[in-house]
Design a protein around this ligand. Structure first.
Ligand code: GDD
Ligand code: MG
Length: 350
């Protein structure tokens, strides 16, 4: 059996002003009617032998997450609540501990909730071809052939000369500098890390024990004292507070010698910034994407999103405009990553 675990605890600050602390990007319908969390849950339904979904999210989002699962007909809900984020290594450890105890022998499929995957069949095919390597004890990563030197991703180098669908990993580099990323893309030897993993939960826990025993220890304690509340499992805040924050990529994947990579061709994209939304969708004849009440004249290659008022733009190129009831963003499309700086300024004002 494959137990899907969806990590939905990120804040998505670069998609401000739509993505907010109380309403992060994975819980927004940015592409059509479903939210990215809902799309992620629906996508795993196509995998053979898949078990019930487990969501790990922040306590603040519990009702939104529960409601979004209910809307798509998920009857049996397992939602684990973190009192605060400690990044992905602890979130994965909590889920691994739960699955090892409740579904012995099952594999764990770790999935971020902030991805767009256009080709569901391609996604399912990669998961299927990873199953036997995961069953024999490898940590399987899913690699995407890189098209640009993106520094927001991890990079995976498969062992030279290895062939087949499942290749041993020689090196895993999380978020390299631009210079290094450029070299990786040109070399043709590297994949982007999609951020999805398939493994036996016990193997992940053993790797974490070796590299970051303090994370595992805090996760164990926060589960021992966890409280059940309706469909929610609330981690013990005191024990979880002692957990160091780290991502699975830095804490485990950069250190392990037990990883393999399976390529994935599935129209995959991490929706990290407004420019990714522009790239991932069909544009009109002028190269624009317009959502909501938007009028343009002489505007090209821009993303314009109105939620509460008419937004009109004239004579712009390569821009992003996002209007909400209490904030409007106007940015040059090539610099939308820097929206994060605005969010930092806002935090300082509070
Ligand atoms: N439950 C929980 N708790 N979830 C979290 C937390 C947390 O503290 N922090 C992040 N997440 C969730 C996010 O909501 C997202 O769905 C997923 O975990 C990955 O976190 P991101 O913060 O989006 O990671 P990233 O995009 O910077 O980097 C990762 O993904 C890239 C591909 O999208 C890494 O795995 C990279 O190596 C990878 O290339
Ligand atoms: Mg991400």
């Amino acid at each position: 059996m494959i137990m899907p675990v969806i990590l939905s605890g990120g804040s998505g600050t670069r998609l401000w002003p739509l993505s907010r602390a109380m309403y992060p990007k994975q819980l927004l319908p940015l592409f059509g009617e479903k939210t990215m969390l809902q799309d992620t849950v629906l996508r795993v339904g196509s995998i053979e032998g898949v078990g019930p979904v487990i969501c790990v999210c922040n306590d603040e989002h519990r009702f939104l997450v529960a409601e979004q699962l209910r809307q798509i007909g998920v009857a049996e809900q397992a939602i684990i609540l973190e009192p605060f984020g400690r990044n992905t290594a602890p979130a994965a450890a909590i889920a691994a501990l739960v699955i090892a105890a409740t579904h012995p022998g099952a594999l764990m499929l770790l999935l971020p909730a902030d991805h767009v995957i256009l080709d569901r069949q391609g996604f399912v095919a990669s998961i299927e071809s990873a199953r036997s390597a995961a069953e024999s004890g490898s940590l399987v990563t899913f690699g995407i052939v890189p098209s640009t030197p993106e520094t927001r991703y991890g990079y995976i180098r498969a062992v030279a000369g290895s062939t087949g669908v499942t290749r041993p990993v020689a090196e895993f580099v999380e978020k390299p500098s631009l210079e290094r990323a450029e070299g990786y893309v040109v070399s043709g030897d590297y994949f982007w890390n999609s951020g999805m993993f398939l493994f036996r939960p016990e193997i992940y826990l053993a790797e974490l024990e070796a590299s970051s025993p303090e994370i595992l220890d805090a996760c164990r304690k926060s589960l021992e004292n966890a409280r059940r509340d309706l469909d929610f499992l609330r981690l013990d805040p005191e024990a979880f507070a002692a957990c160091p924050a780290n991502s699975i990529d830095y804490a485990v994947m950069e250190k392990t010698s037990n990883a393999v990579v399976v390529p994935m061709q599935a129209g995959w994209r991490d929706v990290g910034a407004w420019s990714a939304l522009w790239e991932a969708q069909e544009r009109d004849a002028e190269g624009n994407i317009k959502r909501g009440d938007v009028l343009t004249h002489g505007v090209r290659n821009s993303y314009i999103h109105a939620t509460s008022r008419l937004v009109a733009a004239v004579g712009l190129e390569e821009h992003v405009i996002v209007e909400t009831a209490d904030a409007v963003l106007v940015a040059s499309k090539e610099r939308v990553q820097e929206v994060k700086a605005i969010v930092e300024q806002l935090k300082l004002q509070k």
